[in-house]
Design a protein around this ligand. Structure first.
Ligand SMILES: Nc1ncnc2c1ncn2[C@@H]1O[C@H](COP(=O)(O)OP(=O)(O)O)[C@@H](O)[C@H]1O
Ligand SMILES: [Mg+2]
Length: 138
């Protein structure tokens, strides 16, 4: 197996994604890898707000806040970390940004877990379409 040097984590602010980040941090410490934390602002995330500019702006602020929390935890574990906010469909963007990474770590559920039966669509799609290993944390 290829050496794991770069780990991508999808952070959506859910408990599951924070556990995914923690797991990535533990693996990062073990393997001396960098943990890349990515928050994607999806167009359907903030439908109550008028217009694209507004949701993008608000979403980026919420994302930066969630990323700060996760990054502080990873740094406290003594692991190198980078953060990024992107815009678009979460699964598509995660797959795109996994180019050059060695492992993707996601939560099994996300923020949408209370919404009904169609949960885990991002982790499901990424795990099915990824070209690199995906670790799904419950
Ligand atoms: N907008 C997002 N940005 C980054 N990662 C995400 C995003 N949405 C989901 N993920 C990742 O996918 C995992 C599973 O979420 P998801 O498939 O959306 O489940 P749910 O349907 O319960 O929201 C999350 O724990 C997180 O790791
Ligand atoms: Mg979701």
């Amino acid at each position: 197996m290829k050496k794991i040097a770069n780990i991508l984590v999808g952070v959506d602010g859910s408990e599951n994604s924070l556990r995914a980040a923690e797991t990535a941090g533990e693996l990062g410490r073990k393997w001396n890898a960098t943990v890349h934390l990515l928050f994607i602002v999806g167009p359907s995330d903030y439908p109550m707000l008028d217009g694209k500019e507004v949701w993008a702006d608000q979403g980026a602020k919420i994302g930066a806040n969630e990323l700060d929390k996760a990054a502080a935890m990873i740094k406290a574990m003594g692991v190198e970390t980078k953060t990024d906010v992107d815009f678009g469909h979460p699964a598509i963007k995660l797959l795109k940004q996994s180019e050059g990474m060695d492992l993707i770590v996601l939560g099994s559920r996300g923020k949408g877990a209370v919404k009904g039966m169609f949960t885990g669509s991002v982790s499901l799609r990424v795990s099915q379409q990824s070209k690199i290993p995906v670790l799904i944390v419950p």
